[in-house]
Design a protein around this ligand. Structure first.
Ligand code: ADP
Ligand code: MG
Length: 259
């Protein structure tokens, strides 16, 4: 069964169709990579699904419910989480406090009036930190963390809402190769453990091919291929449009490695 059904999604900006009649599905427990060159329409797709940007046409159905018109702040209550490209933690608070705040923001309606927040959410926050391998650093201020660790805290914060679908636009931006691998490997484990669905974008083809269950490729707003790593690797349209003429797939991968 499809958890997310994107149908004929289109976004036109003045003189430019950023996303053009895009349709795809996402199942529970699936890690789906959305790839494509710069300007292909990946972020525009994310922003339409997460309610940040109204589509020109098309529909997005989550768990049988039409999402279009649902404000993005309500998405989290439906079971849709997202991580942000910019580091969104509060530097002066500890790792644990940041995650406690995230849990609090999801439970506030129920508990705010009869129990003190800090004590109530500590265990839950610690559990989330354990899931992302950050329990050891629970007491450190976020301002002292390495970049990769901040991204893991952000991941724990986005898990506080118990999302069934997590949207991650370039979660590993700014990371070195080893950190990228570690973060996406972690996301892959969470997908399996929580039977969560994840849609993500990622520049490193090595990482995409190693961890994604399925890959969809956008070029100039259009879906040009979808399938497994092997299918995408061998797809002539992907070689031609995504990697550009005259460049072999291998050159792109090794260039990627250096970044
Ligand atoms: P990607 O994330 O794949 O790099 P984007 O979705 O950011 O691509 O952009 C797709 C296309 O839409 C690009 O040509 C970009 O210039 C254009 N675009 C994105 N946002 C806007 C906007 N707010 N106004 C006008 N054009 C935009
Ligand atoms: Mg983008």
């Amino acid at each position: 069964m499809s958890l997310l059904a994107v149908r004929n999604l289109t976004k036109r900006f003045a003189g430019n169709t950023a996303v053009d009649d895009l349709s795809f599905d996402l199942k529970p427990g699936e890690l789906l990579a959305l790839i494509g060159p710069n300007g292909a329409g990946k972020s525009t797709t994310f922003n339409m699904i997460s309610g940040q940007l109204p589509p020109s046409s098309g529909s997005v159905v989550f768990n049988g419910r039409e999402l279009l018109g649902v404000p993005s702040r309500r998405m989290v209550h439906l079971g849709i989480g997202r991580t942000f490209q910019i580091a969104a933690t509060f530097g002066s608070l500890s790792v644990l406090e940041n995650v406690q705040m995230a849990v609090l923001s999801h439970r506030r309606k129920i508990y705010a009036f009869w129990r003190s927040a800090a004590g109530r959410y500590r265990d839950e926050a610690r559990q989330l930190l354990e899931q992302v391998g950050m329990l050891d650093l629970a007491g450190s201020p976020c301002s002292e963390l390495a970049y990769g660790d901040i991204k893991r805290v952000e991941l724990a914060m986005s898990l506080a809402g118990k999302p069934r679908l997590l949207l991650m636009d370039e979660p590993t931006a700014g990371m070195a190769t080893a950190e990228r691998n570690a973060l996406v490997a972690l996301v892959k484990r969470l997908v399996v453990q929580n039977n969560m669905a994840v849609l993500f974008t990622e520049h490193s083809m090595d990482v995409v091919f190693a961890y994604a269950d399925r890959i969809i490729v956008l070029a100039r707003g259009q879906l040009i291929a979808q399938g497994s790593a092997e299918q995408i690797r061998a797809h002539p349209k992907v070689q031609e449009v995504y990697f550009g003429t005259g460049k072999t797939f291998e050159t792109v991968v090794s260039q990627d490695d250096k970044s």
